[in-house]
Design a protein around this ligand. Structure first.
Ligand code: IPM
Ligand code: MN
Length: 354
């Protein structure tokens, strides 16, 4: 018997439950193949519960989530809930309360996947973005003055703590060393304008890099980095950046790696708990139609196994996903795959079973 992991599963809204179901199928398949076992416990959070009884993220659930080995999330978001409520009170609250200070987003183009970048293929697009996940403008500092009047002032503050920046930068250096591709870490900031925030990031980066003599470093302003991600993505290995820049460049990354059908991410506390999710939202228009692509969620499950240091199990899922992409799917887009959501899950399982 291998190790048994307690996994909290939050299927969430929209197509979340459908893609989560396929991911759990894949996890169960790997547990039959290698020494790893899971105990899943579902938690029903999201727009549906909020509309039913006003529930967002109750204290008891938050406390219980602190006791599991990892959290697996489908999607949170509901067309009938005003934007901002579920995000702030569930997703962002989980990030803050569990101190999930790293948002890890691999941007890897797998064989068989189309990229909108002309003349780029797998191998050209193969990097990882380390996004700070608990500070910056996401900390929510700011306020209004004279709201609703012609003299209105709106202030949105970016909070950057020495501790918060340093732990993120150190994680990125460590990750870059372990990834062992080119051992090159790029800091993405905006030192020419954000003379406080980016100055702190840059000073911390310059200081921490002395502890990592084997890692090459580079600096790019965020605007230029967006251009280079399109023109010359092969130059990147690992990129580290603040919360808001990371928020933006990770979506740019998602589209060049093939889009929401494949993009997955992790919200990680390296000393504690971590939560994995597909990047695409709840896709209300596809809900219940067996049309959504589950591969992003299945890749999130693979990231979760990597995080749990279950390399063999993670490898089985990755290889199965690669085979489905190469051999089976007509397109990655919802409704155009040539298979339904659950059939894609079945294909993954059949490749895992070998
Ligand atoms: C993400 C999302 C969230 C963010 C939203 C849903 C609050 O876009 O995880 O990238 O802004 O961080
Ligand atoms: Mn985002």
């Amino acid at each position: 018997m291998g190790k048994k992991y307690k996994i909290a599963v939050i299927p969430g809204d929209g197509t979340g439950p459908e893609v989560v179901a396929e991911s759990l199928k894949a996890l169960e398949a790997v547990s039959r193949k290698c020494e790893v076992d899971f105990q899943f416990k579902e938690f029903f959070l999201g727009g549906v519960q909020y509309l039913k009884n006003g529930m967002l993220l109750p204290e008891e659930i938050l406390e219980e989530l602190k006791t599991v080995d990892a959290i697996f999330l489908g999607a949170i978001g509901h067309p009938d809930v005003k934007p901002g409520i579920l995000e702030k009170e569930i997703l962002l609250k989980l990030r803050f309360e569990l101190d999930l200070y790293i948002n890890l987003r691999p941007v890897i183009l797998l064989p068989g996947v189309e990229t909108p970048l002309k003349d780029k293929g797998p191998g050209d697009i193969d990097f990882v973005i380390v996004r700070e996940n608990t500070e910056g403008v996401y900390a929510g500092g700011g306020g209004f003055f004279k709201k609703g009047t012609p003299d209105e002032v709106a202030v949105q503050e970016s909070i950057n703590t020495r501790k918060g920046v340093e732990r993120c930068v150190r994680y990125a250096f460590d990750y870059c060393g372990e990834r062992d591709k080119e051992r090159k870490l790029t800091l993405c900031a905006k030192t020419n304008v954000l003379v406080y925030e980016s100055d702190l990031w840059n000073r911390v980066f310059e200081e921490v890099r002395l502890d990592y003599p084997n890692i090459k470093t580079d600096y790019q302003h965020v605007d230029a980095l967006c251009m280079w991600m399109i023109k010359n993505p092969e130059q990147f290995d690992v990129i580290v950046t603040n919360n808001m820049f990371g928020e933006i460049i990770t979506d740019l990354g998602a589209i060049i790696q093939g889009g929401m059908g494949v993009a997955a991410g992790g919200n990680i506390n390296p000393e504690g708990i971590a939560m994995f999710e597909p990047i695409g939202g709840s896709a209300p228009k596809y809900t219940g139609h067996n049309k959504i692509n589950p591969l992003a969620a299945i890749s999130a499950a693979q990231m979760m196994l990597e995080h749990l240091k279950e390399k063999e199990a993670a490898g089985l899922i990755l290889e199965a996903v690669k085979k489905v992409l190469k051999n089976d799917l007509k397109s990655l887009a919802a409704g155009k795959m040539g298979y339904g959501t659950s059939e894609v899950g079945d294909l993954v399982v059949s490749y895992i079973e070998g």
